[in-house]
Design a protein around this ligand. Sequence first.
Ligand code: NAG
Ligand code: NAG
Ligand code: NAG
Ligand code: NAG
Ligand code: NAG
Ligand code: NAG
Length: 456
Amino acid sequence: MAFLFYCFIILCCVDHRATLGDDQGVPLIAQYFNTKGRYEEVNPHLRRDALAVNRSVLQPPSPQCREIHLTAIVRHGTRYPTARNVKDMQQLHSVVLNNSTGESSRLREILSQWTMWYTEDMDGRLAQKGVEDLKHLAVRLSKLFPSLVSGEKLRGGLIRFTSSSKHRCVNSTLSFKEGLTEMWAIRDVEFGHEVNDALMRFFDQCTRFVQEVDGNRSAVIEVQKFKQGPEIMRVREKIAERLGVPSSFITHDLAEAAFLLCSYEFAVKAVNSPWCQLFDEEDAKVMEYASDLREFWKRGYGHAINSRSSCILFHDLFRRLEKAAGENKSRRQVSEAVTVQIGHADTLLPLLTLLGFFKDTAPLTSTNFASQTQRSFRTSHTMPYAANFLLVLYDCGEGGIRLQPLLNEKPLTFPGLTDQQASIPLYEEVRKHYRDLLNGCDPETECHGVKTPAEV
Ligand SMILES: *[C@@H]1O[C@H](CO)[C@@H](O)[C@H](O)[C@H]1NC(C)=O
Ligand SMILES: *[C@@H]1O[C@H](CO)[C@@H](O)[C@H](O)[C@H]1NC(C)=O
Ligand SMILES: *[C@@H]1O[C@H](CO)[C@@H](O)[C@H](O)[C@H]1NC(C)=O
Ligand SMILES: *[C@@H]1O[C@H](CO)[C@@H](O)[C@H](O)[C@H]1NC(C)=O
Ligand SMILES: *[C@@H]1O[C@H](CO)[C@@H](O)[C@H](O)[C@H]1NC(C)=O
Ligand SMILES: *[C@@H]1O[C@H](CO)[C@@H](O)[C@H](O)[C@H]1NC(C)=O
Protein backbone atom coordinates (compact mmCIF):
# COMPACT_ATOMS: atom_id res chain seq x y z
CA MET A 1 0.00 0.00 0.00
CA ALA A 2 2.77 2.38 0.99
CA PHE A 3 4.57 1.41 -2.20
CA LEU A 4 1.51 2.14 -4.32
CA PHE A 5 1.07 5.47 -2.65
CA TYR A 6 4.72 6.26 -3.32
CA CYS A 7 4.23 5.40 -6.99
CA PHE A 8 1.23 7.64 -7.12
CA ILE A 9 3.25 10.57 -5.76
CA ILE A 10 6.01 10.00 -8.30
CA LEU A 11 3.59 9.73 -11.21
CA CYS A 12 1.72 12.71 -9.98
CA CYS A 13 4.86 14.81 -9.82
CA VAL A 14 6.20 13.65 -13.15
CA ASP A 15 2.84 14.36 -14.70
CA HIS A 16 2.77 17.75 -13.05
CA ARG A 17 6.16 18.65 -14.47
CA ALA A 18 5.08 17.60 -17.95
CA THR A 19 1.86 19.53 -17.54
CA LEU A 20 2.86 22.98 -16.51
CA GLY A 21 5.06 25.30 -18.45
CA ASP A 22 6.50 28.42 -16.88
CA ASP A 23 4.32 30.98 -15.19
CA GLN A 24 3.43 32.68 -18.47
CA GLY A 25 1.49 29.64 -19.66
CA VAL A 26 4.13 28.52 -22.11
CA PRO A 27 4.10 24.73 -22.60
CA LEU A 28 7.36 23.15 -21.47
CA ILE A 29 7.76 21.64 -24.90
CA ALA A 30 7.19 24.91 -26.82
CA GLN A 31 10.83 25.12 -27.86
CA TYR A 32 10.52 21.89 -29.89
CA PHE A 33 7.76 22.86 -32.33
CA ASN A 34 9.89 23.05 -35.48
CA THR A 35 8.21 25.23 -38.10
CA LYS A 36 5.07 25.43 -35.91
CA GLY A 37 6.82 27.38 -33.19
CA ARG A 38 6.24 30.97 -32.18
CA TYR A 39 8.76 33.66 -33.06
CA GLU A 40 8.70 34.60 -29.36
CA GLU A 41 10.38 31.29 -28.45
CA VAL A 42 13.32 32.28 -30.63
CA ASN A 43 13.38 35.85 -29.27
CA PRO A 44 11.98 35.52 -25.72
CA HIS A 45 12.31 39.25 -24.94
CA LEU A 46 9.38 39.80 -27.35
CA ARG A 47 7.06 38.06 -24.88
CA ARG A 48 7.37 41.19 -22.73
CA ASP A 49 7.45 43.77 -25.51
CA ALA A 50 6.59 42.74 -29.06
CA LEU A 51 8.19 45.90 -30.47
CA ALA A 52 11.51 45.76 -28.61
CA VAL A 53 14.70 45.77 -30.64
CA ASN A 54 18.34 45.54 -29.67
CA ARG A 55 20.27 47.78 -32.02
CA SER A 56 23.55 46.80 -30.40
CA VAL A 57 23.40 43.51 -32.32
CA LEU A 58 24.17 45.57 -35.42
CA GLN A 59 27.77 46.49 -34.88
CA PRO A 60 29.27 47.91 -38.04
CA PRO A 61 33.08 47.94 -37.93
CA SER A 62 33.20 51.72 -37.71
CA PRO A 63 30.79 54.50 -36.76
CA GLN A 64 30.98 55.99 -40.24
CA CYS A 65 29.27 52.92 -41.76
CA ARG A 66 25.85 53.69 -43.25
CA GLU A 67 23.21 51.17 -44.26
CA ILE A 68 22.52 51.52 -47.97
CA HIS A 69 20.31 48.52 -48.67
CA LEU A 70 18.25 45.89 -46.82
CA THR A 71 16.79 42.70 -48.26
CA ALA A 72 14.40 40.86 -45.94
CA ILE A 73 13.26 37.39 -46.97
CA VAL A 74 10.43 36.61 -44.59
CA ARG A 75 8.27 33.60 -43.82
CA HIS A 76 4.51 34.18 -43.43
CA GLY A 77 3.13 34.59 -39.91
CA THR A 78 1.27 32.17 -37.65
CA ARG A 79 -1.23 30.13 -39.63
CA TYR A 80 -4.00 27.59 -39.13
CA PRO A 81 -3.39 23.91 -39.83
CA THR A 82 -3.76 22.50 -43.32
CA ALA A 83 -6.80 20.39 -44.26
CA ARG A 84 -4.76 17.18 -43.99
CA ASN A 85 -3.58 18.00 -40.48
CA VAL A 86 -7.12 18.86 -39.43
CA LYS A 87 -8.34 15.42 -40.57
CA ASP A 88 -5.71 13.73 -38.43
CA MET A 89 -6.63 15.92 -35.47
CA GLN A 90 -10.30 14.98 -35.85
CA GLN A 91 -9.38 11.32 -35.96
CA LEU A 92 -7.22 11.59 -32.85
CA HIS A 93 -10.04 13.35 -31.05
CA SER A 94 -12.53 10.62 -31.90
CA VAL A 95 -10.08 7.94 -30.74
CA VAL A 96 -9.95 9.77 -27.40
CA LEU A 97 -13.74 10.04 -27.30
CA ASN A 98 -14.70 6.49 -28.09
CA ASN A 99 -11.79 4.12 -28.25
CA SER A 100 -10.55 3.94 -24.70
CA THR A 101 -10.49 0.75 -22.71
CA GLY A 102 -9.92 0.06 -19.04
CA GLU A 103 -10.05 2.69 -16.30
CA SER A 104 -10.52 6.23 -17.32
CA SER A 105 -7.66 8.64 -16.84
CA ARG A 106 -8.03 12.20 -15.65
CA LEU A 107 -6.26 13.44 -18.75
CA ARG A 108 -8.64 11.55 -21.02
CA GLU A 109 -11.58 13.13 -19.23
CA ILE A 110 -10.12 16.59 -19.78
CA LEU A 111 -9.45 15.82 -23.43
CA SER A 112 -12.94 14.47 -24.05
CA GLN A 113 -14.34 17.79 -22.82
CA TRP A 114 -12.08 19.69 -25.22
CA THR A 115 -13.96 21.08 -28.19
CA MET A 116 -12.66 20.28 -31.63
CA TRP A 117 -12.84 23.69 -33.31
CA TYR A 118 -10.46 23.24 -36.25
CA THR A 119 -12.15 22.80 -39.61
CA GLU A 120 -10.74 21.73 -42.94
CA ASP A 121 -11.58 25.05 -44.60
CA MET A 122 -9.01 26.78 -42.35
CA ASP A 123 -6.54 25.20 -44.74
CA GLY A 124 -3.33 26.93 -43.76
CA ARG A 125 -4.74 30.46 -43.66
CA LEU A 126 -3.05 33.27 -41.79
CA ALA A 127 -4.34 33.56 -38.22
CA GLN A 128 -4.92 36.88 -36.43
CA LYS A 129 -1.69 36.21 -34.50
CA GLY A 130 0.02 35.96 -37.89
CA VAL A 131 -1.26 39.41 -38.86
CA GLU A 132 0.37 40.75 -35.68
CA ASP A 133 3.60 38.80 -36.27
CA LEU A 134 4.14 40.70 -39.52
CA LYS A 135 2.94 44.10 -38.30
CA HIS A 136 5.29 43.92 -35.34
CA LEU A 137 8.18 42.74 -37.48
CA ALA A 138 7.67 45.74 -39.77
CA VAL A 139 7.81 48.13 -36.83
CA ARG A 140 10.90 46.45 -35.40
CA LEU A 141 12.72 46.61 -38.74
CA SER A 142 11.96 50.33 -38.94
CA LYS A 143 13.56 50.73 -35.50
CA LEU A 144 16.57 48.60 -36.44
CA PHE A 145 17.14 50.35 -39.79
CA PRO A 146 15.58 53.81 -39.41
CA SER A 147 17.39 55.32 -42.40
CA LEU A 148 16.16 52.57 -44.76
CA VAL A 149 12.76 51.46 -43.48
CA SER A 150 11.39 55.01 -43.30
CA GLY A 151 8.19 56.78 -44.29
CA GLU A 152 10.12 58.90 -46.74
CA LYS A 153 11.61 55.87 -48.50
CA LEU A 154 8.23 54.16 -48.60
CA ARG A 155 6.55 57.20 -50.13
CA GLY A 156 9.46 57.56 -52.52
CA GLY A 157 8.85 54.06 -53.90
CA LEU A 158 12.20 52.83 -52.61
CA ILE A 159 10.68 49.97 -50.58
CA ARG A 160 9.47 47.08 -52.72
CA PHE A 161 7.38 44.06 -51.81
CA THR A 162 7.21 40.61 -53.39
CA SER A 163 4.97 37.79 -52.21
CA SER A 164 4.26 34.14 -52.86
CA SER A 165 0.73 33.75 -54.27
CA LYS A 166 -0.46 31.69 -51.26
CA HIS A 167 -3.17 33.53 -49.33
CA ARG A 168 -1.20 33.32 -46.07
CA CYS A 169 1.76 35.04 -47.76
CA VAL A 170 -0.30 37.72 -49.51
CA ASN A 171 -2.05 38.47 -46.21
CA SER A 172 1.32 38.55 -44.46
CA THR A 173 2.52 41.07 -47.05
CA LEU A 174 -0.58 43.21 -46.50
CA SER A 175 -0.02 42.99 -42.74
CA PHE A 176 3.63 44.04 -43.04
CA LYS A 177 2.64 47.05 -45.14
CA GLU A 178 -0.13 47.91 -42.68
CA GLY A 179 2.39 47.79 -39.86
CA LEU A 180 4.33 50.52 -41.65
CA THR A 181 1.46 52.69 -42.85
CA GLU A 182 -0.30 52.59 -39.46
CA MET A 183 2.92 53.54 -37.69
CA TRP A 184 3.48 56.50 -40.01
CA ALA A 185 -0.23 57.33 -40.32
CA ILE A 186 -0.07 57.14 -44.10
CA ARG A 187 -3.65 57.05 -45.38
CA ASP A 188 -3.51 58.77 -48.73
CA VAL A 189 -1.45 56.22 -50.68
CA GLU A 190 -1.54 52.47 -51.23
CA PHE A 191 1.64 50.57 -51.80
CA GLY A 192 1.56 47.67 -54.20
CA HIS A 193 3.31 44.35 -54.17
CA GLU A 194 4.36 41.90 -56.83
CA VAL A 195 3.26 38.26 -56.68
CA ASN A 196 6.10 36.11 -57.93
CA ASP A 197 6.02 32.34 -57.48
CA ALA A 198 9.06 31.77 -59.67
CA LEU A 199 11.02 33.46 -56.87
CA MET A 200 9.06 32.64 -53.74
CA ARG A 201 7.82 29.13 -54.65
CA PHE A 202 10.74 27.95 -56.79
CA PHE A 203 10.35 24.51 -55.19
CA ASP A 204 7.08 23.95 -57.10
CA GLN A 205 8.58 24.97 -60.41
CA CYS A 206 11.90 23.15 -60.31
CA THR A 207 11.17 20.00 -62.32
CA ARG A 208 14.20 18.08 -61.13
CA PHE A 209 13.39 18.79 -57.47
CA VAL A 210 9.75 17.77 -57.92
CA GLN A 211 10.69 14.50 -59.63
CA GLU A 212 13.71 13.47 -57.62
CA VAL A 213 12.68 14.59 -54.14
CA ASP A 214 9.22 16.07 -53.62
CA GLY A 215 7.35 13.30 -55.44
CA ASN A 216 9.76 10.50 -54.57
CA ARG A 217 9.23 8.47 -51.42
CA SER A 218 12.70 6.93 -51.63
CA ALA A 219 14.20 10.40 -51.21
CA VAL A 220 12.85 10.57 -47.65
CA ILE A 221 13.45 6.94 -46.72
CA GLU A 222 15.32 8.01 -43.55
CA VAL A 223 12.15 9.68 -42.31
CA GLN A 224 10.09 6.52 -42.90
CA LYS A 225 12.71 4.47 -41.06
CA PHE A 226 12.79 6.83 -38.10
CA LYS A 227 8.99 6.73 -37.83
CA GLN A 228 9.25 2.95 -37.42
CA GLY A 229 12.29 3.10 -35.18
CA PRO A 230 12.53 2.58 -31.41
CA GLU A 231 12.44 6.28 -30.41
CA ILE A 232 9.13 7.05 -32.11
CA MET A 233 7.61 3.70 -31.09
CA ARG A 234 8.32 4.56 -27.46
CA VAL A 235 6.66 7.98 -27.82
CA ARG A 236 3.58 6.37 -29.38
CA GLU A 237 3.36 3.83 -26.54
CA LYS A 238 3.65 6.57 -23.94
CA ILE A 239 0.85 8.57 -25.57
CA ALA A 240 -1.37 5.47 -25.69
CA GLU A 241 -0.64 4.79 -22.00
CA ARG A 242 -1.45 8.36 -21.03
CA LEU A 243 -4.73 8.16 -22.94
CA GLY A 244 -5.64 4.64 -21.86
CA VAL A 245 -6.10 3.41 -25.44
CA PRO A 246 -4.51 0.37 -27.10
CA SER A 247 -1.10 1.39 -28.45
CA SER A 248 -1.94 0.13 -31.92
CA PHE A 249 -4.41 3.04 -32.17
CA ILE A 250 -1.72 5.70 -31.92
CA THR A 251 -0.15 5.67 -35.36
CA HIS A 252 2.68 8.03 -36.16
CA ASP A 253 0.22 10.35 -37.90
CA LEU A 254 -1.93 10.54 -34.78
CA ALA A 255 1.08 11.12 -32.52
CA GLU A 256 2.00 13.95 -34.87
CA ALA A 257 -1.58 15.25 -34.75
CA ALA A 258 -1.36 15.42 -30.94
CA PHE A 259 1.93 17.32 -31.15
CA LEU A 260 0.42 19.68 -33.73
CA LEU A 261 -2.67 20.25 -31.59
CA CYS A 262 -0.44 21.33 -28.72
CA SER A 263 1.55 23.64 -31.01
CA TYR A 264 -1.46 25.18 -32.78
CA GLU A 265 -3.42 25.80 -29.59
CA PHE A 266 -0.39 27.65 -28.32
CA ALA A 267 0.61 29.55 -31.47
CA VAL A 268 -2.88 30.52 -32.63
CA LYS A 269 -4.68 30.93 -29.27
CA ALA A 270 -1.83 31.35 -26.76
CA VAL A 271 -3.28 28.43 -24.81
CA ASN A 272 -1.26 25.78 -22.98
CA SER A 273 -3.65 23.02 -23.98
CA PRO A 274 -4.15 19.60 -22.34
CA TRP A 275 -2.87 17.98 -25.55
CA CYS A 276 0.60 19.13 -24.49
CA GLN A 277 0.35 16.78 -21.52
CA LEU A 278 0.68 13.81 -23.86
CA PHE A 279 4.39 14.63 -24.23
CA ASP A 280 7.26 15.04 -21.84
CA GLU A 281 10.40 16.86 -22.91
CA GLU A 282 12.13 13.68 -24.10
CA ASP A 283 9.14 12.82 -26.30
CA ALA A 284 9.11 16.34 -27.73
CA LYS A 285 12.77 16.05 -28.73
CA VAL A 286 11.98 12.87 -30.64
CA MET A 287 9.01 14.47 -32.42
CA GLU A 288 11.19 17.48 -33.18
CA TYR A 289 13.86 15.26 -34.69
CA ALA A 290 11.36 13.45 -36.93
CA SER A 291 10.32 16.77 -38.37
CA ASP A 292 13.90 18.06 -38.77
CA LEU A 293 14.80 14.82 -40.50
CA ARG A 294 12.08 15.48 -43.04
CA GLU A 295 13.24 19.07 -43.61
CA PHE A 296 16.83 17.90 -43.92
CA TRP A 297 16.00 15.43 -46.71
CA LYS A 298 13.38 17.61 -48.42
CA ARG A 299 14.74 21.15 -48.02
CA GLY A 300 18.21 20.89 -46.54
CA TYR A 301 21.50 19.10 -47.11
CA GLY A 302 19.94 15.68 -47.78
CA HIS A 303 19.93 16.11 -51.57
CA ALA A 304 21.89 18.70 -53.56
CA ILE A 305 18.88 19.64 -55.69
CA ASN A 306 17.00 20.82 -52.56
CA SER A 307 19.23 23.87 -52.26
CA ARG A 308 20.05 24.18 -55.97
CA SER A 309 16.35 24.70 -56.60
CA SER A 310 16.80 28.13 -54.96
CA CYS A 311 19.43 29.33 -57.47
CA ILE A 312 16.88 31.75 -58.93
CA LEU A 313 16.38 33.43 -55.54
CA PHE A 314 20.14 33.44 -54.89
CA HIS A 315 20.82 35.30 -58.14
CA ASP A 316 17.91 37.67 -57.57
CA LEU A 317 19.45 38.59 -54.21
CA PHE A 318 22.99 39.12 -55.48
CA ARG A 319 21.85 41.03 -58.55
CA ARG A 320 20.19 43.52 -56.20
CA LEU A 321 23.15 43.76 -53.82
CA GLU A 322 25.41 44.30 -56.82
CA LYS A 323 23.19 47.04 -58.15
CA ALA A 324 22.95 48.83 -54.80
CA ALA A 325 26.71 48.61 -54.22
CA GLY A 326 27.37 49.86 -57.76
CA GLU A 327 24.95 52.75 -57.44
CA ASN A 328 26.50 53.87 -54.19
CA LYS A 329 30.04 53.57 -55.56
CA SER A 330 29.13 55.66 -58.59
CA ARG A 331 27.49 58.23 -56.29
CA ARG A 332 23.97 57.63 -57.47
CA GLN A 333 21.04 57.14 -55.13
CA VAL A 334 20.37 53.48 -54.31
CA SER A 335 17.19 52.85 -56.28
CA GLU A 336 15.88 49.99 -54.17
CA ALA A 337 16.61 50.77 -50.53
CA VAL A 338 14.55 47.94 -49.07
CA THR A 339 13.24 44.72 -50.57
CA VAL A 340 10.76 42.66 -48.59
CA GLN A 341 10.05 39.21 -50.00
CA ILE A 342 7.43 37.08 -48.29
CA GLY A 343 7.35 33.33 -48.73
CA HIS A 344 7.59 30.06 -46.86
CA ALA A 345 9.88 28.01 -44.65
CA ASP A 346 10.34 26.03 -47.87
CA THR A 347 11.66 29.22 -49.49
CA LEU A 348 14.12 30.06 -46.74
CA LEU A 349 15.55 26.65 -45.85
CA PRO A 350 16.90 25.83 -49.34
CA LEU A 351 18.48 29.28 -49.67
CA LEU A 352 20.14 29.10 -46.23
CA THR A 353 21.37 25.64 -47.19
CA LEU A 354 22.72 26.87 -50.53
CA LEU A 355 24.67 29.54 -48.62
CA GLY A 356 26.06 26.86 -46.28
CA PHE A 357 24.38 27.86 -43.03
CA PHE A 358 23.49 25.36 -40.27
CA LYS A 359 25.52 22.51 -41.70
CA ASP A 360 26.52 19.75 -39.29
CA THR A 361 29.47 17.43 -39.78
CA ALA A 362 27.26 14.35 -40.06
CA PRO A 363 23.96 14.11 -41.95
CA LEU A 364 20.74 13.59 -40.01
CA THR A 365 19.69 9.95 -40.32
CA SER A 366 17.17 7.55 -38.82
CA THR A 367 19.82 6.07 -36.53
CA ASN A 368 21.71 9.05 -35.14
CA PHE A 369 19.08 10.88 -33.09
CA ALA A 370 21.24 10.51 -29.97
CA SER A 371 24.39 11.95 -31.53
CA GLN A 372 22.50 14.85 -33.14
CA THR A 373 21.29 16.49 -29.94
CA GLN A 374 23.61 19.47 -30.53
CA ARG A 375 22.88 19.78 -34.26
CA SER A 376 22.73 23.23 -35.81
CA PHE A 377 20.14 22.13 -38.40
CA ARG A 378 17.26 22.72 -36.00
CA THR A 379 14.10 24.29 -37.41
CA SER A 380 12.74 25.03 -33.92
CA HIS A 381 15.55 27.59 -33.64
CA THR A 382 15.68 28.83 -37.23
CA MET A 383 12.20 28.61 -38.81
CA PRO A 384 9.40 29.79 -36.48
CA TYR A 385 6.46 31.68 -37.96
CA ALA A 386 7.65 35.03 -39.39
CA ALA A 387 11.25 33.76 -39.59
CA ASN A 388 13.36 36.24 -41.51
CA PHE A 389 16.71 36.31 -43.25
CA LEU A 390 18.08 39.84 -43.44
CA LEU A 391 20.96 41.07 -45.57
CA VAL A 392 22.23 44.52 -44.75
CA LEU A 393 24.61 46.30 -47.10
CA TYR A 394 26.77 49.03 -45.54
CA ASP A 395 28.94 51.69 -47.05
CA CYS A 396 31.84 52.19 -44.65
CA GLY A 397 33.75 54.84 -46.62
CA GLU A 398 37.43 53.92 -46.38
CA GLY A 399 36.30 50.67 -44.78
CA GLY A 400 34.62 49.54 -48.01
CA ILE A 401 31.20 48.10 -48.71
CA ARG A 402 30.17 45.40 -46.24
CA LEU A 403 27.42 42.83 -45.93
CA GLN A 404 25.84 41.63 -42.70
CA PRO A 405 23.54 38.60 -42.58
CA LEU A 406 20.99 38.18 -39.78
CA LEU A 407 18.48 35.46 -39.07
CA ASN A 408 15.46 36.37 -36.97
CA GLU A 409 17.10 39.70 -36.10
CA LYS A 410 20.26 38.04 -34.78
CA PRO A 411 23.64 38.23 -36.53
CA LEU A 412 24.94 35.23 -38.44
CA THR A 413 28.40 34.67 -39.80
CA PHE A 414 28.88 33.44 -43.34
CA PRO A 415 30.13 29.88 -42.95
CA GLY A 416 33.75 29.45 -43.95
CA LEU A 417 34.50 33.16 -44.23
CA THR A 418 37.51 34.04 -42.12
CA ASP A 419 38.54 37.53 -40.95
CA GLN A 420 34.97 38.58 -40.39
CA GLN A 421 35.59 41.92 -38.67
CA ALA A 422 32.86 41.69 -36.08
CA SER A 423 30.80 39.42 -38.35
CA ILE A 424 30.45 42.04 -41.09
CA PRO A 425 32.75 41.04 -43.94
CA LEU A 426 33.59 43.06 -47.00
CA TYR A 427 31.00 42.54 -49.71
CA GLU A 428 33.88 41.66 -52.06
CA GLU A 429 34.93 38.84 -49.71
CA VAL A 430 31.39 37.47 -49.70
CA ARG A 431 31.31 37.58 -53.48
CA LYS A 432 34.62 35.75 -53.67
CA HIS A 433 33.41 33.17 -51.21
CA TYR A 434 30.33 32.42 -53.33
CA ARG A 435 31.99 32.86 -56.73
CA ASP A 436 31.12 29.32 -57.89
CA LEU A 437 27.46 29.99 -57.23
CA LEU A 438 27.66 33.47 -58.76
CA ASN A 439 29.23 32.05 -61.91
CA GLY A 440 26.96 29.01 -62.01
CA CYS A 441 23.84 27.84 -60.20
CA ASP A 442 21.87 28.46 -63.35
CA PRO A 443 18.18 27.80 -62.64
CA GLU A 444 17.52 26.32 -66.07
CA THR A 445 20.44 23.92 -65.90
CA GLU A 446 19.83 22.93 -62.28
CA CYS A 447 16.09 22.47 -62.51
CA HIS A 448 15.39 21.50 -66.08
CA GLY A 449 18.62 19.91 -67.15
CA VAL A 450 19.17 22.33 -70.03
CA LYS A 451 22.88 22.71 -70.62
CA THR A 452 24.04 26.29 -70.85
CA PRO A 453 26.45 27.08 -73.69
CA ALA A 454 29.27 27.50 -71.16
CA GLU A 455 28.89 23.88 -70.03
CA VAL A 456 28.67 22.28 -73.44
C1 NAG B 1 21.66 43.39 -26.81
O1 NAG B 1 22.60 42.61 -27.53
C2 NAG B 1 23.89 42.62 -26.96
C3 NAG B 1 24.82 41.94 -27.94
O2 NAG B 1 24.30 40.71 -28.38
C4 NAG B 1 23.81 41.94 -25.62
O3 NAG B 1 25.09 41.90 -25.02
C5 NAG B 1 22.85 42.70 -24.73
O4 NAG B 1 22.67 42.03 -23.52
C6 NAG B 1 21.50 42.85 -25.42
N1 NAG B 1 20.67 43.75 -24.64
C7 NAG B 1 19.41 43.46 -24.36
C8 NAG B 1 18.68 44.51 -23.58
O5 NAG B 1 18.86 42.43 -24.69
C1 NAG C 1 -16.26 8.28 -32.48
O1 NAG C 1 -16.41 9.65 -32.20
C2 NAG C 1 -16.70 10.49 -33.27
C3 NAG C 1 -16.69 11.90 -32.81
O2 NAG C 1 -17.55 12.10 -31.76
C4 NAG C 1 -18.02 10.06 -33.87
O3 NAG C 1 -18.31 10.88 -34.99
C5 NAG C 1 -17.91 8.63 -34.30
O4 NAG C 1 -19.14 8.18 -34.79
C6 NAG C 1 -17.49 7.74 -33.16
N1 NAG C 1 -17.21 6.41 -33.65
C7 NAG C 1 -17.56 5.33 -33.00
C8 NAG C 1 -17.19 4.04 -33.64
O5 NAG C 1 -18.09 5.37 -31.95
C1 NAG D 1 -12.44 2.43 -32.27
O1 NAG D 1 -12.21 3.19 -33.45
C2 NAG D 1 -12.42 2.50 -34.64
C3 NAG D 1 -12.04 3.46 -35.76
O2 NAG D 1 -10.71 3.88 -35.59
C4 NAG D 1 -13.86 2.02 -34.71
O3 NAG D 1 -14.04 1.30 -35.93
C5 NAG D 1 -14.15 1.14 -33.54
O4 NAG D 1 -15.49 0.76 -33.52
C6 NAG D 1 -13.83 1.85 -32.23
N1 NAG D 1 -13.99 0.95 -31.07
C7 NAG D 1 -14.63 1.29 -29.97
C8 NAG D 1 -14.68 0.29 -28.88
O5 NAG D 1 -15.18 2.36 -29.85
C1 NAG E 1 -6.74 37.76 -45.95
O1 NAG E 1 -7.04 38.58 -47.05
C2 NAG E 1 -8.32 38.38 -47.60
C3 NAG E 1 -8.42 39.26 -48.81
O2 NAG E 1 -8.02 40.56 -48.51
C4 NAG E 1 -9.39 38.67 -46.56
O3 NAG E 1 -10.64 38.40 -47.10
C5 NAG E 1 -9.14 37.81 -45.35
O4 NAG E 1 -10.04 38.13 -44.34
C6 NAG E 1 -7.73 38.00 -44.84
N1 NAG E 1 -7.51 37.12 -43.74
C7 NAG E 1 -6.88 37.50 -42.65
C8 NAG E 1 -6.70 36.50 -41.58
O5 NAG E 1 -6.47 38.63 -42.48
C1 NAG F 1 14.31 8.82 -55.85
O1 NAG F 1 15.25 8.94 -54.79
C2 NAG F 1 16.26 7.95 -54.79
C3 NAG F 1 17.09 8.18 -53.54
O2 NAG F 1 17.57 9.47 -53.49
C4 NAG F 1 17.08 8.05 -56.06
O3 NAG F 1 18.07 7.05 -56.09
C5 NAG F 1 16.16 7.91 -57.27
O4 NAG F 1 16.90 8.13 -58.44
C6 NAG F 1 15.03 8.94 -57.18
N1 NAG F 1 14.07 8.70 -58.25
C7 NAG F 1 13.85 9.60 -59.21
C8 NAG F 1 12.77 9.29 -60.17
O5 NAG F 1 14.50 10.61 -59.32
C1 NAG G 1 26.93 56.18 -50.54
O1 NAG G 1 26.92 55.92 -49.18
C2 NAG G 1 27.50 56.93 -48.37
C3 NAG G 1 27.41 56.47 -46.97
O2 NAG G 1 26.06 56.47 -46.61
C4 NAG G 1 26.79 58.22 -48.49
O3 NAG G 1 27.47 59.22 -47.77
C5 NAG G 1 26.72 58.58 -49.92
O4 NAG G 1 25.90 59.72 -50.03
C6 NAG G 1 26.14 57.44 -50.72
N1 NAG G 1 26.14 57.83 -52.09
C7 NAG G 1 25.03 58.01 -52.72
C8 NAG G 1 25.21 58.57 -54.08
O5 NAG G 1 23.93 57.72 -52.25
